[in-house]
Design a protein around this ligand. Sequence first.
Ligand code: JFZ
Length: 479
Amino acid sequence: MKKQYLIHILAVLLLSVQTIQAQEKRLPSELEINLKYGADRLGKRRDVFMQKFRENRLGAFIHWGLYAIPGGEWKGKTYRGAAEWLKSWAKVPTNEWLQLMNQWNPEKFNAKKWAQMAKNAGVKYVKITTKHHEGFCLWPSKYTKYTVANTPHGKDILGELVKAYNDVDIDVHFYFSVLDWSHPDWRYDIKSKEDSIAFQRFLTFTDNQLKELATRYPTVKDFWFDGTWDASIKKNGWWTAHAEHMLKELVPGVTINSRLRADDYGKRHFDSNGHLMGDYESAYERRLPNPIKDLQVTKWDWEACMTIPENQWGYHKDWSLSYIKSPVEVLSRIVHAVSMGGNMVINFGPQPDGDFRPEEKELSDFIGKWMKKNGECIYACDYAGWPKQDWGYYTRKENDIYMIVFNLPYSKQLTVKTTKNVQITEAALLNGQQTKLIEVACNEYNISIPKTPPTEPFVIKLKIKTSEGSANKYKDALT
Ligand code: JFZ
């Protein structure tokens, strides 16, 4: 009797352990919804193309279109909003807006000069607006009349740029706005049978343009989609998955941002199961993740983009209306992004004459000079995994850890906290100046900087050693 009782208890216990185990194993799949148009993959892409995208780290954005001509001013009135949205701010009728094509004659445009400028700035890739919301195409598209071909200038701007950038070994990425104010079949929402028919025509038109871009310019490395936030697109999640797959078949290795995608339920960027769609997250627009709280971003690839004024992507005549970031601020955002495993893209809005405004030239010069001296802490670098300190940011390339110092403490002592079993063996500035390295506690060091440190943000390179299971020479305090 007693024995039977015991066996019974044991059996119940065993069964419940089994069910718990089984439940634990089944949990993720059972909780997940079946999605036709969800994420294609879990985790980061590990192929060489994605690796190149990631290692590039620093890019430039070019926003150039008809909006550069009015530059934020319409019929004598200046609008403070983003210049590339002027048509919308000033409520300009589509026909009238597209008349600007008659003034598209950028006489100073020189693709080679643009490429040289990007090269000098140290950027490894350039994202070009092939077509922004206004619908004007920087390439001679067969599928619309609103293109560079039908302007006084007449030349294939995009084609010249792709060639010039590629000639100096810079990757070209295509920005493409699905939203198209010039097209009669575009819909913000689908509310009737007619809407649905028109929008299907619009999606075919978009497919044609995308195929055209992919085949005319086969060296394109990336498509960065925009203008996909409306209900019409959210109700056609299938198309976003289709567009991504179509481009991946046409251009081997091409990368695609998350902003394109919507799943079966219209959920964007991350699908209804919480998995990133596309190859990298592209929601960091004019903002950055928090280096202490938002560490989950290090689990996926991501790219941030920023404007130099508060919010001007296209050329705006009057930058005095906005706060303009200083070159060091721009630099700190580049470093901030890389320190969290992301890429940073700095935006340029060329003038209607095809030249760049002086402020952009100066900034580009500053970044370029800094990158020439310190680029090794940016290119191919990643999240270091060490707790963030107030003096600046860490980046990492295998066993080299870089400290990028933006805020010098009065003490001129920089605190460094490593992780378990990691020892620092050397610390020196990239410019050769020496530092004093003092181990102050378990996994904690002080690094004293030279008496006359550089006047701009500087980089200290640390050599580290990992010793698995070595005896800990520090005793925890007994409290
Ligand atoms: C879009 C455009 O409307 C804008 O003109 C510019 O081209 C920019 C790069 O992209 O603006 C957005 C798009 C998405 C967000 C914010 C602004 N977002 O996800 O936060």
